[in-house]
Design a protein around this ligand. Sequence first.
Ligand SMILES: Cc1ncc(C[n+]2csc(CCOP(=O)(O)OP(=O)(O)O)c2C)c(N)n1
Length: 302
Amino acid sequence: MVYNRENYTDKELINLYKFLLKPRLIEEKMLILLRQGKISKWFSGIGQEAISVGITNALNFDEYILPMHRNLGVFTSRNIPLYRLFSQFQGKKSGFSKGRERSFHFGTQEFKIVGMISHLGPQFGIANGIALGDLLKNESKVTAVFSGEGGTSEGDFHEALNVASVWNLPVLFCIENNGYGLSTPVSQQFKCENIADKGIGYGMESHIIDGNNILEVHSTVREIAKSLRLNPRPVLLEFKTFRMRGHEEASGMKYIPQELINAWAEKDPVKNYHAFLTSEKILSNEMDTLIKEEIIDEINDH
Ligand SMILES: Cc1ncc(C[n+]2csc(CCOP(=O)(O)OP(=O)(O)O)c2C)c(N)n1
């Protein structure tokens, strides 16, 4: 994986590493809690963290994000205190949805996150509404909405992109193409080569981004967001990635060929970025241990 550090300072690069590590370390603990029966359901984002983390860090804090079920990194990158997140995941009264729900179907105005809509596609139109509101109020803001590639097979996707394009709504349509919608491979979802190709049909700019490369995600989204604030319009972003675990923990991943899993393991976003920082002498082993200890302590304290 090629990392282009451009004008990033060492501090910025390390900061992104901390943000990238956090959801991974939280998930490693979640998997243990699941086995202990302390958590009942979990949608893993392992392997896809660079997308949530890169996008969230590329936007301003007052810009809305509409994440999905695989975007823990959005919540951690908005620095939501872990006790609040963990209360949510354990269905406690102190959680965001006050114990009515135990996974990702919750939002928080405080952190400008809109809770996911379970039937996926309708999420896109909500982002349009937020962006239209910003336009009408003359606010130079961008709204980012997430979906997997499976969600793009729903009619709402097409309607939302069309309207966003005609009305020049400043929305980043962020599609995490991880190759499978539950067990359905992309070859059975759409006939064109890339999701980004669909932008042409709506007269919409689109980009293909390596979703496992945190610097590529962060720098590309940061530049595009800057441009959208000045010149409002929607952009379709396709992030190529892979989900390293089952759709949710109970469903397994027997339908995915082992060779594919092995090939994507080589592209792990955390391991590769760690290797880059180490080879550039930006991160020492001691620093790495300290950073991990600090995050693990924070996780265990909550
Ligand atoms: C209308 C509807 N059908 C099915 C589901 C169950 N479901 C939730 S996520 C999902 C897979 C979506 O795939 P994709 O959009 O590619 O995202 P991924 O899970 O791969 O990240 C399914 C089938 C649902 N929530 N809503």
